[in-house]
Design a protein around this ligand. Structure first.
Ligand code: DGL
Length: 246
C-alpha cells in the first residue's frame, strides 16, 4: 500500500501519476483537511501536524509520499528520523528550472512557509546559484484552489505575476497550484515555461518501490481516500470529480 499525504486536494496530481505508473498498487490518499491550509503556519506546527499524519499512514502503508512542498521542506529529515517507512517528498524543481532557463531569471511560486524555509534556500544555493530566483509567495491561492474559488485564483495570480519581466520559467512550489496549471500558464503568457514536480515524484516513487522491494501488485488495487475533517463523504465526491478532470 502506498500512502499519499497532503493538506488537501493538492496531491491529487501526484496520485494520478502514481496510479498511472504503478497501476497494480493500492493507494491511501490522506487529505489533512482539518489542518488546511499549511502555507501560513509556522514550521514547528507544520512538523507536528505532518508527523502525526505520517504515523497514522505508516500503520497501513509500506511507502509514503509527502505530496506537499510546505510539509516536505519543514522538514524531510525530521520525518525520516521518526518514521520507519521510506518517505518520498515533493520539493520545488529548482534544479530543472536552472537547466531550462534561457534568461537566467526564474520564479518560485509557493506558499509563504515554503518560500521562507531554509531547505528552499539551500536548494537554490545548491542548484541555481548562477540564476536569479524570485520567490513569489501567493498567500490564499491554495485556499482558492481547495475551495474552488476561480475568481479569487485569477485575482491572486494576476497580482502575483504582474511583474515577471524577463522571467522565462515558473516553478510551481505548491501541489495545489499544479491543479490550475492552465490558468497560471494563461496569466503568465505562452512564452513562460511552467514546471511542476509531479512526474519526477512518481518516477522517484517507482525507483524506491523497486529498490526497497515493497511492491504488492494487486489484481484489483484499492484506492482509499481519507480526510481529517468530519465530512468525508462530500470530500470524496469532490476528489472523484477532480480526478476526472486531471
Ligand atoms: N499543497 C501544499 C504544498 O504543496 C500547500 C497547501 C497549503 O497551504 O496547505 O505546499
Amino acid at each position: 500500500m502506498i500512502g499519499i499525504y497532503d493538506s488537501g486536494i493538492g496531491g491529487l496530481g501526484i496520485f494520478k501519476k502514481i496510479r498511472g505508473i504503478l497501476p497494480y498498487e493500492s493507494i491511501t490518499y490522506f487529505a489533512d483537511s482539518a489542518h488546511f491550509p499549511f502555507g501560513d503556519r509556522d514550521k514547528d506546527e507544520i512538523r507536528s501536524i505532518t508527523l502525526t499524519a505520517l504515523q497514522k499512514l505508516e500503520q497501513t502503508c509500506d511507502v509514503i509520499i509527502i505530496a506537499c512542498n510546505t510539509a516536505s521542506v519543514n522538514d524531510i529529515d525530521y520525518y525520516r528520523n521518526n518514521i520507519t517507512a521510506p518517505i518520498i517528498a515533493v520539493v520545488p524543481v529548482i534544479k530543472t528550472a536552472a537547466h531550462v532557463t534561457d534568461t537566467n531569471h526564474i520564479a518560485l511560486l509557493a506558499t509563504t512557509s515554503t518560500n521562507s524555509a531554509s531547505y528552499t534556500d539551500n536548494l537554490i544555493q545548491q542548484f541555481a546559484n548562477t540564476v536569479t530566483v524570485e520567490k513569489i509567495s501567493c498567500s490564499g491561492l491554495a485556499d482558492a484552489v481547495e475551495y474552488d474559488d476561480v475568481n479569487k485564483q485569477r485575482l491572486l495570480l494576476e497580482d502575483a505575476l504582474k511583474n515577471l519581466g524577463d522571467i522565462d520559467v515558473i516553478v510551481l512550489g505548491c501541489t495545489h497550484y499544479t491543479l490550475i496549471k492552465g490558468l497560471i500558464q494563461n496569466i503568465a503568457g505562452p512564452e513562460v515555461k511552467i514546471l511542476d514536480s509531479n512526474t519526477a515524484v512518481a518516477r522517484h516513487a517507482l525507483r524506491i518501490m523497486h529498490e526497497t522491494n515493497v511492491e504488492q501488485p494487486q489484481n484489483t488495487p484499492e484506492y482509499i481516500f481519507l480526510s481529517s475533517n468530519t465530512d468525508d463523504a462530500s470530500y470524496r465526491e469532490r476528489i472523484t470529480a477532480i480526478l476526472q478532470t486531471l
